[in-house]
Design a protein around this ligand. Structure first.
Ligand code: ADP
Ligand code: ASP
Ligand code: MG
Length: 441
């Protein structure tokens, strides 16, 4: 059994839905995870924003514009009037719900219910299309088997038990269609796995059914050597270890959601990134590969704040760092990069929710400064410290760009530097040229 996840652009039009239908009917046993059609989740977020601001008129206008998009898709997707009417009836139910939720006091429970509708619609459209084509498929409602616990983390045991029972109930069925991103939380409310979370759904499912492979089908032919949104000369990376892929996803390679590697890694299931627009392209295979002494790719993570605590009391004070870290622990704020000296420590965070409290508490330990709007640039590959010269190439590449922090040696897989937002594209470009323009980095 394999898991095939298709992102928003992959199912972004009637023509794309037809294309995906042909890819998933390959005669194998597949669980197909779909995102919402491209743009839908953003529109649902917009509707919720209007409702929070009590602008019901704008919310309803936006709901109606979204509806028109689906009417056009339905018209193009199905050939029989009967099927068009049937699907329009199902879409009516979704849009009646959106209008209903817009009419009453708006809460975060309503918001999450609205955000879930994109995936509910896309899977419904696909399921109906397969039916019209005479293909048997089973629609598995994710809300029944993906549940999160009191910490908001997926309840792995529940998912495994429930999903396998649902599959067993379907007998000899070969094709399953299900929603990415959405889940039920510990209070029984509709919830989600955060933006981009369909990749996570796919790997949770892969782990639960012990899939042969988890395929992430998207709009690009694999994990590229650098962010193609900012750098021109990027190339697809053929293979990555789980560790390398996890670093890249965490440090900004949008093609993979950061949470999606762990379930695959723990269960030793290969993950393949493939291009729906170019299915014959090799893509990227992520697996338990041994290190092979190469730099694989570069990624960038935006909206980083760096906090420096400077104190003469740090000198030989063995508890200084633990006191600093305790503040972040108390305020549940993860740290990404760290640099220390005898008299100061700098750390980066990407979650500014508790920044003011963090600074207040750190001021008890020393002088505190904060720089916002920074970017972590992360070079990933087999960077064990015996491989000489790579860190020099990275640092030389940015010799005329102000670098606020450097982190190397935390793992064998990454060198990270911290630069200002306005220097990001130049730094990515320079590092790209330094590492990938010659045959062997
Ligand atoms: P999907 O909707 O299929 O989940 P995403 O938009 O989440 O797709 O991810 C695909 C996009 O990720 C690509 O179109 C590309 O612009 C962006 N991206 C950023 N970094 C990388 C990278 N290193 N390799 C490939 N794509 C990347
Ligand atoms: N539809 C959701 C989003 O746009 C989830 C996903 O696409 O992975 O964030
Ligand atoms: Mg995505």
């Amino acid at each position: 059994m394999k898991v095939m996840k298709f992102g928003g652009t992959s199912v972004g039009s009637a023509a794309q839905i037809k294309k995906v239908a042909s890819l998933i009917t390959d005669g194998e046993r597949n669980i197909v995870v779909l995102s919402a059609m491209a743009g839908t989740t953003n529109t649902l977020v917009e509707i919720c924003d209007y409702l929070y601001k009590e602008n019901v008129v704008a919310a309803k206008e936006t709901i109606n514009i979204l509806r028109q998009k689906y009417d056009a898709t339905i018209d193009e997707l199905y050939s029989s009037e009967e099927m068009k009417n049937d699907v329009e009836g199902q879409i009516d139910e979704v849009f009646d719900l959106l209008h209903y939720l817009a009419d009453y006091d708006f809460t975060s429970v309503d918001e999450r219910q609205i955000l879930a509708q994109g995936e509910i619609i896309s899977t419904m459209l696909m399921h109906a299309y397969l039916r019209e084509q005479g293909v048997d498929s089973v629609l598995l409602p994710t809300l029944e088997y993906v549940r999160t616990d009191e910490d908001g983390d997926p309840d792995i045991d529940f998912i495994k038990e429930k999903l396998n029972a649902m599959i067993a109930e379907a007998g000899n069925a070969n094709l399953f269609v299900t929603q990415g991103y959405i889940c039920t939380n510990v209070n029984g409310e509709i919830d989600n796995l955060k933006r981009g979370g369909s990749d996570y759904t796919a790997s949770l499912i892969g782990a639960a059914v012990d899939a042969d492979e988890i395929q992430i089908w998207t709009d690009i032919d694999g994990m590229h050597s650098n962010d193609p949104r900012y750098v021109n000369s990027t190339h697809p990376v053929e293979s990555l270890s789980f560790e390398e892929a996890a670093e890249l996803a965490y440090f900004g390679a949008k093609v993979l959601h950061p949470t999606c590697i762990l379930p695959a890694k723990l269960n030793n299931i290969p993950v393949r990134i493939l291009n729906t627009m170019q299915p014959e392209a090799k893509g990227t295979l992520i697996y338990n590969f041994p290190p092979h002494k190469t730099v694989k790719a570069v990624a960038a993570k935006d909206n980083i704040s760096v906090i420096k605590v400077y104190s003469s009391r740090m000198f030989q004070a063995y508890d200084f760092l633990s006191q600093v870290f305790e503040v972040f622990e108390q305020l549940k704020t993860p740290i990404d990069l760290i640099a220390t000296s005898e008299v100061g420590v700098s750390v980066t965070i990407d979650n500014r929710t508790h920044l003011h409290e963090i600074v207040d508490r750190l001021m008890n330990l020393g002088k505190v400064t904060v720089d916002d709007d920074m970017v972590i640039i992360c070079v990933v590959g087999d960077l064990g410290w015996h491989n000489t010269g790579i860190e020099a190439k990275v640092v030389n590449a940015v010799s005329d760009i102000p670098v606020r922090m450097i982190s190397y040696g935390g793992s064998n897989y990454n060198i990270s530097i911290l630069v200002r937002r306005q220097d990001k594209v130049l730094a990515l470009d320079r590092i790209n040229n330094a590492l990938f323009s010659s045959p062997e980095p």
